[in-house]
Design a protein around this ligand. Structure first.
Ligand code: FAD
Length: 291
């Protein structure tokens, strides 16, 4: 299924991301994660790819995407990164992805990796543009990343939006947002992106917080800001993991409900960190509140 078809029903579908950490997620562990996520009837599952080298890690991403789609019957979106990839690496990655029957990809620059040799693509837009012209990638539905608070490296929020428009013009068909903890920043972003002429459907990225160290690391990596209510939750339940988990799930559920009710998100993409129990608790809270 083309991921873009899911938006036509206007139901704000829910999807998940799974990741092979450093390219490794043993297929048996992946199957356990996927059995749990399947119960939630996801619109699709995206599978990350380490930018450390398209060779081994892109093969793992293609394999895992194949398991998602062919064994579990869930539409998969395979991530592909360009920052350390040569054109031949990208061609090989696309050929692997297609060999597994995957027809949706998320094309990204990729996280910078210290010491890695630069590839042929400096930005996501260059990779998307290359893929659009490549006969190898013909017929693929291509998504791109977007950043409600601006990308960590961006010169300015406004310039980041110009670069987002470049990805749309290069041929991206849908967007998945970076995680954010304050819906207001997402609403601001959507208004500004639409004003720039970015009309693509956007899945809003939500990550349930599972602990202080996890969130500190994520915030450091992606530059998302932690609003005061989240900081208060982290401080209040610092020594009570159960209460912390429950308060953080409530917070993420409230974010999702707010996004759905605002109509500003075309879909919700949950960064479920390979934890189906967390995904299940979160999605049931959202579905119960809305029925
Ligand atoms: P780009 O559009 O390439 O932008 C990156 C930076 O460059 C921005 O600051 C932008 O403003 C700037 N820029 C863009 N074009 C220009 C230009 N022409 N001139 C000057 N500056 C420019 N990383 C991984 O390694 N593997 C993954 O699987 C992965 N999955 C992700 C999934 C999602 C949904 C998201 C949002 C991010 C993911 N990332 C992943 C992280 C992502 O690869 C990094 O944040 C990367 O740095 C940005 O890639 P991009 O293609 O989205 O951004």
């Amino acid at each position: 299924m083309k991921i873009t078809d899911q938006y036509k029903k206007g139901l704000c579908p829910i999807s998940f991301e799974i990741f092979p950490p450093k390219g490794e997620l043993h297929p048996e562990d992946a199957r356990l994660v996927l059995s749990g996520l399947k119960e939630l009837s996801p619109a699709y599952i995206s599978v990350t790819c380490s930018a450390g080298g398209t060779g081994g890690s892109s093969k793992k991403t293609a394999e895992l995407s194949g398991i998602v789609q062919n064994e579990f019957g869930i539409t998969a979106a395979a991530h592909i990164t360009g920052i350390n990839a040569k054109k031949a690496d990208v061609d090989a990655a696309i050929s692997d992805i297609k060999a597994h029957g995957i027809s949706n990809i998320l094309a990204l620059r990729g996280d910078r990796i210290e010491g890695a040799e630069p590839g042929d693509f400096r930005y996501g837009a260059e990779l998307i543009s290359y893929l659009r012209k490549s006969p190898e990638a013909a017929g693929l539905t291509i998504g791109a990343g977007c950043y409600p608070e601006g990308h960590v490296d961006c010169e300015s929020f406004d310039k980041d939006l110009d670069h987002l428009k470049e990805k749309a013009d290069a041929g991206a068909e849908f967007l998945i947002s970076q995680l954010f903890f304050e819906n207001e920043s997402y609403y601001r972003f959507i208004d500004k992106a639409r004003a720039k002429g970015v009309t693509l459907p956007v899945d809003a990225g939500i990550m349930p917080i599972m602990g202080k160290s996890q969130i500190t690391r994520m915030v450091f990596l992606c530059g998302a800001s932690l609003p005061a209510p989240v900081v208060r939750i982290l401080a209040k339940y610092e020594n009570d993991p159960e209460a912390l988990r429950s308060a953080c799930l409530d917070y993420a559920a409230a974010q999702i409900i707010g996004l759905i009710e605002s109509g500003a998100a075309d879909g919700i993409h949950i960064y479920s960190m390979n934890k189906p129990d967390v995904a299940k608790a979160l999605v049931s809270e959202v579905r119960n509140a809305r029925h």
